[in-house]
Design a protein around this ligand. Structure first.
Ligand code: ZN
Length: 486
């Protein structure tokens, strides 16, 4: 038995949740049928459940968009930093989710229910981890003060689905003003446009509460005015081309003065950046360059031009050498790196990739076994290890590990994809197509998910397995029907 019935129940309930989210997303007319009664949504304040659902619906759209940055290491880092801050907020129990977008404009945004997005451009602009923590704290405060929810509720939509449409339109406009008009067609576009930006009161409240979170989490609170100041100075050179962050979080002189007053009475504390923060930034810097340019850049940084953190720079160099297929030099630099640095899961992940490229499979499998034991929560390491297990004809071991991880990360499409690959090696057609269907469903591709479930049904299986597939199929088809009717 590969999958225990208990594990299955967990996964099914998550699927059920996904279906409810998708259903709301796609079909306003279907709301009310088979869904919990959410009460009167024309009130000025949404319930926490409504906020969460609106956030989840928006999140589904973001996950299926090209902008979503599918880098488990960057997203896991943001969640570690984020939860450290949320713990010190007024709602430590709210399940926040932090994620990154592949967008070089400078912006960060919050959605109702605790979903917070950070553009790669912002991650590259901040000069310290305290600055990033300052931006996240400010966004966390927008959520715990229910600012966006109040904006959405203020639109007096008549159903939860139309509210979600409004939330998504607001989000689209906030991240991409050009797309906003198209997204808002038919949904009270003009009213929304006027209310896109947080009000001054919202901003001041988010600053005040954000500063409190930042201080309680032991970051440098001076980082908040420093970041805003640098952003403003940089903007003057851009001549009216305001970064998204300043547009959606308007800065007034009153606001700057207010933060300055609060901060300047406090002593300046120099807080060292974590290695993870530096490695995440290095990864993003490297991603902007072609491999040979990245090699030159990091070699310069480590050589006569010495600047930055040598561990992070060497991490960048090893990654660039690997990309350029210079495996021998990458192996040598990696040895130096591992002597220089404390044990770190991102460095271990890179080490595994270099070892794999050197094609010493037995040695590499042993390396991964130890690394996964040291860092069982590091998803990037799990992806690579299970991929190697699958290539080494060890599908059963891979599937066991993937199934355990899916309990922890039930919406991770990459884990489902790897699982589907494992079942295909084992010749388990039903399980293969079922896992593939879940991968597609979580990516928002309902049509492909239905196709896979059809294939799973045709492959045949136990009564129990087939009835699960029937029930999943029914729900997905309802969604497709609703979409056609609309
Ligand atoms: Zn703001």
């Amino acid at each position: 038995m590969i999958m225990e019935p208990v594990g299955k129940t967990i996964i099914i309930s998550f699927m059920k949740k996904l279906f409810l989210i998708l259903l709301l997303c796609l079909s306003p007319c279907a709301v009310g049928e088979g869904l919990p009664d959410l009460g009167d949504v024309s009130q000025t304040v949404l319930t926490p459940l409504q906020e969460r659902q609106i956030g989840q619906q928006s999140m589904m759209q973001i996950r299926s968009s090209k902008q979503f940055l599918e880098d488990a290491e960057i997203n896991d880092y943001l969640n570690r930093l984020g939860s450290r801050l949320v713990e010190k907020s007024t709602e430590p129990g709210l399940g926040f989710e932090f994620f990154s977008l592949n967008d070089y404009s400078i912006n960060a945004f919050a959605m109702p229910g605790g979903f917070i997005g950070v553009n790669s451009g912002l991650l590259l602009t901040v000069q310290s981890e305290s600055e990033l923590a300052a931006v996240l704290s400010h966004e966390i405060a927008h959520v715990t003060q229910h600012h966006l929810a109040r904006m959405v509720a203020g639109q007096k939509g008549d159903s939860l689905a139309s509210m979600a449409a409004i939330a998504i339109a607001i989000l689209a406009a906030r991240s991409n003003p050009q797309a906003s008009q198209a997204a808002m067609t038919g949904i009270q576009g003009h009213t929304i446009q006027k209310q896109l930006d947080f009000t001054r009161t919202h901003e001041q409240e988010a600053d005040r509460i954000g500063l409190d979170i930042l201080q309680k989490s032991n970051f440098n609170i001076h980082a908040m005015p420093e970041f805003l100041d640098r952003l403003q100075k940089a903007t003057r050179l851009l001549e009216g081309n305001l970064p998204g962050y300043l547009r959606t979080h308007p800065i007034t002189s009153e606001r700057v003065a207010d933060i300055g007053n609060r901060v300047h009475k406090q002593p300046y504390r120099l807080i060292e950046d974590s290695l993870d923060f530096q490695l995440v930034r290095t990864k993003l810097i490297a991603a902007q360059k072609i491999a040979t340019d990245a090699i030159a850049y990091f070699s310069d940084a480590l050589g006569a031009q010495k600047h930055g953190n040598p561990v992070a720079q060497r991490y960048g160099l090893v990654g660039a050498l690997l990309r350029n297929n210079e495996i021998k030099r990458a192996t040598q630099e990696l040895e130096v790196l591992r002597k220089q640095a404390k044990s770190n899961p991102m460095i271990e992940t890179l080490a595994g990739q270099v070892k794999r490229a050197a094609k010493n499979d037995a040695d590499t499998l042993a390396f991964y076994r130890a690394a996964v034991q040291d860092f069982p929560q590091h998803r990037a390491l799990i992806y690579d290890y299970t991929d190697l297990l699958l290539q080494s004809n060890q599908a059963e071991a891979a599937i066991k590990l993937l199934t355990e991880q899916l309990v922890r990360h039930p919406s991770d499409a990459t884990l489902y994809n790897l699982q589907a690959h494992g079942y295909s090696i084992q010749g388990k057609r039903l399980e293969q197509h079922q896992a593939q269907a879940y991968a597609y469903a979580w990516q928002g591709n309902v049509f492909a998910a239905v196709e896979q479930l059809e294939l799973a049904k045709r492959a045949g299986g136990s009564f129990y397995q087939l009835s699960i597939i029937e029930s999943d199929l029914r729900e997905l088809r309802e969604m497709l029907d609703a979409r056609v009717k609309r």
